[in-house]
Design a protein around this ligand. Sequence first.
Ligand SMILES: Nc1ccn([C@@H]2O[C@H](COP(=O)(O)OP(=O)(O)OP(=O)(O)O)[C@@H](O)[C@H]2O)c(=O)n1
Ligand SMILES: C[C@](O)(CO)[C@H](O)COP(=O)(O)O
Ligand SMILES: [Mg+2]
Length: 418
Amino acid sequence: MGEKLRCTAIIMAAGKGKRMQTAVSKQFLPVCGKEILAWTVDVFEKSPLVDNILLMASADGKEDVQHLWDNYGWKKVAAVLEGGKERQNSVANGLAAVGEDTDIVLIHDGVRPFVTEEMIADSIAAAQAYGGAVIGVPAKDTIKVCSADGMAVETPDRSTLWQIQTPQTFQRSLIVDAYEKAEKDGFLGTDDASVAEFAGHQVKVVMGSYRNIKITTKEDLVIAEAFLKEESLKENKKEQTAPAEKGNSVKKESHERKAESKDQKKVVIYTDGACSGNPGAGGYGVVLIYGGTKRELSEGYRLTTNNRMEVLAVIKGLEALKEPCQVTLYSDSKYVVDAIQKGWVTKWKANGWYRNKKERASNVDLWERLLVQLERHQVTFQWVKGHADNPGNERCDELARGAIAAGNLLEDENYQMP
Ligand SMILES: Nc1ccn([C@@H]2O[C@H](COP(=O)(O)OP(=O)(O)OP(=O)(O)O)[C@@H](O)[C@H]2O)c(=O)n1
Ligand SMILES: C[C@](O)(CO)[C@H](O)COP(=O)(O)O
Ligand SMILES: [Mg+2]
């Protein structure tokens, strides 16, 4: 048997996601509680065939990608690198960083989270045999070549047409040379195979899956969520039937699971506060997501402030967790996120709850309560722009406003009129 090939995956996440039309670039949007890019990277992290991962990010998105790396603790990721204007420029930057000890390079869109370990294995084997390989599926629709004024010009024989996906996988020197030639000759393609073809190489097309979609427009988010929910249902079913089916091997698995349960659960929490008048009637909304399950919380108060509701939303979300967890917490409140991330709360506390020599900090009762939760959980705060199409944030806003409108309002006993 030959030696194991050294494989590097370059995961593309330097795009702006213009067709998705969201304020946050699509690779960072959550689907079933986890960012699209994180779903994708997890598959490569798990594949025993992949040794090394390079993450490509835009100049603006570098910090966010770095943050995901910190948060998920991917061990194979070697670097977050800056991409370029077009996808091809980003790939070229990634290739420039691939070490000469790499045999095979897999190039994959960060927004194709349904890639499987099997596709990775098949494409590596085909790249080894043919030099280059891409995953694809036969076209299901009739495809027409059209003129600029939208008239059908030609209908190619569908049996020859394939929709090409990623990973696109190559022997390292082949793809590095092909990209150099494309740069020199000014060739710009939409995928890596076209660069290899331009340089005169043959590329093998390997059967992929109709599930391996590229999340490009809003309706793809709905499809992705449906796929993930179906997968999580299948997983649950497998776990319930495992003991009868697997006999002895289950014993080992349950030991492993016990060991794993020492690791903290990863939970995503969205929070928002709202106020009708400030001070005025207020409410908070929280969405907690763990695996494929979602829980929502909300309550309304007769007289309070927007800031109090923003902080209370965070507290309620964290207090609802039954055990210490690793939490990614999204809030659109600069007051909350800055107070924690910039260490203001810690300073106020150390200062006897004074912001400076003269001014007392506000909402001390809530900050004290929040600090207790921050001791209990490992929380990473993420600021998100409010009313900017972030579905989790929008839902919390809806919950908070709904709680105010529902009436039967509670007293915010620690609110003090200024
Ligand atoms: N300059 C670019 C452009 C795209 N990509 C990445 O290539 C993948 C596929 O591209 P696409 O779906 O076109 O993503 P965007 O370019 O972000 O989207 P849009 O074209 O709608 O702006 C994405 O993961 C994207 O982040 C990249 O790394 N660098
Ligand atoms: C590489 C690719 O995903 C293969 O389908 C696709 O070509 C990327 O194209 P886009 O123009 O960047 O969406
Ligand atoms: Mg693009």
